[in-house]
Design a protein around this ligand. Structure first.
Ligand code: BG6
Length: 490
């Protein structure tokens, strides 16, 4: 891999949850694998007056709970932390940032990546301050995290604040699901192999299921989550991005514009939900007290900091359609929720039955071929095929067998790069392919907004489900009405 150019990383919100839990462990792993420029420097900024030693202690505490801790090396840790400095300053102040620039962020051709690990409410003021401080250079990039707005209108406002200062090529909008190894493997599977493409359409595919199930609750984020719900927190971004990668046409090149253009086309073909179609196509739920990992857990409205009568959904299941030639009439069933039985995310592509079965048991008609792309807890790809049971039975009995298409882990166990490693490195090496362009975010909001509006008009309260279950019973009915079922976790 060519060595990236000299680069500084400025993390605004440098003492926050995201930076501590995700960014520093990922940066350490990159450092350990020599992926970062030799003179790489990280400037963590926050308003808090935290001494450097205390800051580093917090970084270490969170690091020890991360996957990267499996690769701990004392020397590498010392080298890494010697490049990581804490600066107590107000990042909305141009003068404060200008002082930092004069002291440390000098313009000697170094690249500068500014990571806004903060709520979007301060994106605008921070961008203004960066400009005032003279830090907007051709080599500057800005990284932002979701939530990018709570609907199309607020997204456009936030985005306007970013693009008033930065060119689109400088803005990196993270959807960390795109950084997951299996998601990129999906690109390889679809576009580096010939066998799937002729089958990849409504003639051979019966339905697609995308499940992102979490066993955790709102983990101390009640206030944020209550304003978002599963639809804005997960569906609008992570699930729709996965859907795009499954449904998009082969891009002409593995180059940002080509890939993003194809994803955008999928989003713009999502069928808007018709009035009156809500009941059969959307299920929203909210968890009540139950169990998680064998322990009793409170309901959503009893979590710390909660309001007793919140109507926010912690679960959503939806039947979507993509109105284009390739996907006409193929349902895409999407579901995601918190406090479900276990943590797992997978995409299931279910093929149509054979047109005529020669096997007396008809099993070949009953058990469809399925391509299963598992993102979590393990990262695997498998193809379920019908197979003969070994033996002398004259009837040729059949069974389903899974063909493992995962790539063997070539490296040490646990060394598959984490999503943030991949994405941080891509920002540093100026590759925006796995980042979301503004028109994609806007199109995703358009689709979600109209569903939200229909739900609000209908005054539909979320259906209760017990924590530790698989969600509301209506979610089972949603797919059962079409004579199908969710693939069970195994
Ligand atoms: C985040 C959501 O974007 O993704 C969280 O805000 C959610 O609510 C998280 O828990 C899930 O990410 P992962 O990688 O653990 O599946």
């Amino acid at each position: 891999m060519p060595s990236p150019k000299a680069c500084d990383l400025l993390i605004v919100g440098g003492e926050g949850d995201l930076a501590l839990r995700k960014l520093y462990p990922a940066l350490y792993s990159l450092w350990l694998s020599s992926c970062l420029p030799e003179d790489f420097r990280i400037f963590a900024v926050s308003r808090r007056q935290t001494p450097q030693t205390e800051f580093l202690a917090a970084v270490r505490t969170w690091f020890d709970t991360s996957r990267s801790a499996q690769q701990y090396d004392e020397q590498a840790w010392q080298d890494f932390t010697s490049r990581l400095t804490f600066h107590s300053l107000d990042a909305t102040s141009g003068e404060a940032l200008a002082r930092l620039r004069e002291e440390s962020l000098t313009d000697d051709g170094r690249h500068l990546v500014v990571y806004l690990a903060t709520p979007p409410t301060i994106f605008g003021p921070v961008c203004e301050a960066i400009k005032l401080a003279g830090l907007v250079r051709p080599n500057t990039r800005i990284v932002v995290e979701k939530p990018l707005g709570e609907d199309r209108e607020s997204f456009l406002e936030i985005n306007g604040q970013l693009t008033a200062i930065f060119e689109e090529r400088q803005v990196y909008r993270i959807d960390h699901y795109l950084g997951k190894e299996t998601v990129q493997n999906l690109l390889a599977l679809r576009f580096a192999n010939m066998f799937l493409e002729p089958l990849w359409n409504s003639k051979y595919i019966d339905n697609v299921q995308i499940t992102v199930a979490e066993s955790i609750g709102v983990t101390g984020r009640w206030e944020f989550y209550n304003g978002a719900g599963a639809m804005r927190d997960m569906l609008q971004n992570h699930l729709l991005q996965l859907l795009c990668l499954i449904a998009m046409e082969p891009p002409a090149h593995l180059e940002p514009t080509s890939v993003r253009n194809e994803k955008l086309k999928v989003l713009s073909c999502l069928r808007p939900l018709q009035e009156g179609a809500l009941r059969d196509n959307v299920v929203v739920g909210q968890y009540v007290a139950g169990t998680a990992d064998g322990k009793p857990v409170p309901g959503y409205c009893e979590e710390e900091g909660s309001e007793a009568h919140s109507q926010t959904e912690t679960f959503i299941a939806i039947k979507a359609h993509i109105d284009n030639w390739r996907w006409a009439n193929v349902p895409f069933y999407l579901r995601t929720g918190k406090r479900l039985q276990t943590r797992y995310s997978e995409i299931v592509v279910e093929f149509k039955p054979v047109p005529h079965s020669i096997f007396p048991s008809q099993r070949a008609m009953d058990a469809p071929n399925r391509l299963i792309i598992r993102l979590q807890p393990d990262e695997t790809i498998s193809l379920e095929l019908m197979n003969k049971v070994a033996g002398l039975d004259v009837k040729i009995p059949l069974r389903t067998a899974a063909l493992d298409l995962s790539f063997p882990e070539e490296n040490e166990p646990g060394s598959t790069p984490d999503a943030y490693q991949r994405l941080l490195l891509d920002v540093i090496r100026e590759n925006p392919t796995l980042f979301v362009r503004s028109d994609e975010v806007e199109e995703a909001w358009k689709w979600v907004d109209q569903i939200k509006a229909l739900l609000d008009d209908a005054g539909k309260a979320p259906e209760k489900y017990t924590a530790g279950s698989w969600g509301p019973t209506s979610a089972v009915a949603l797919i059962a009405r079409d004579d199908r079922s969710w693939r069970e976790f195994s």
